[in-house]
Design a protein around this ligand. Structure first.
Ligand code: ADP
Length: 169
């Protein structure tokens, strides 16, 4: 059974992440989407809220499960029997950092391969930060996050979505 781990902050999950998850689940028997708990990285949403939104997003994907972990990604990947780590690439700007991280991970765990997948062009501009910025001010996130996540996102932020006509008044 080929297992892959797709690690990230998912703060919150976006359609860009979901695109990568959908591609990965065609390539692997099982994909574990795992939130990396990093105390040095300030997150907007709690682990519980991020996990709940992820689970809503992958509903119906029978070979995808969600989890969270602390410590090194390669250690977590080995502990769940994964042979690959998935990372998504949006643009050249992602490459340098991702390349460095993949080589570092290979040094620690040569048996685990990093697999880079490219997102659909429509999501190349999409980031969790952009979604947070929009949602925080009641802006529309339709098409940027999975529909099941939209409401959860505003609820967690305690914001009410403002339709354009209302915002213009
Ligand atoms: P991290 O903090 O590990 O970068 P993110 O949640 O921001 O966590 O991203 C997780 C992974 O998903 C990374 O490999 C990132 O490059 C990728 N990713 C993020 N947004 C997109 C997107 N719009 N399209 C494709 N991949 C993406």
């Amino acid at each position: 059974m080929k297992i892959a781990v797709y690690p990230g902050s998912f703060d919150p999950v976006t359609n860009g992440h979901l695109d990568i998850i959908a591609r990965s689940r065609q390539l692997f028997d099982k994909v574990i989407v795992a939130i990396a708990v990093n105390p040095n990285k300030k997150a907007c949403f709690s682990i519980e809220d991020r996990l709940a939104m992820l689970r809503l997003a992958v509903e119906g994907f029978d070979n995808v499960v969600c989890d969270s972990f602390s410590g090194l990604t390669v250690h977590y990947a080995a502990s769940v029997g994964a042979s690959a780590i998935i990372r998504g690439l949006r643009a050249i700007s992602d490459f340098e950092n991702e390349f460095m991280m993949a080589l570092m991970n290979r040094k620690i765990a040569p048996e685990i391969e990093t697999v880079f997948l490219m997102t659909s062009t429509e999501y190349t501009f999409l980031s969790s930060s952009a979604v947070k910025e929009l949602a925080r001010f009641g802006g529309p996130v339709t098409g940027l996050v999975p529909p099941q996540v939209e409401k959860a996102l505003y609820d967690v932020l305690g914001v009410r979505f403002q339709p354009k006509e209302e915002a213009d008044q």
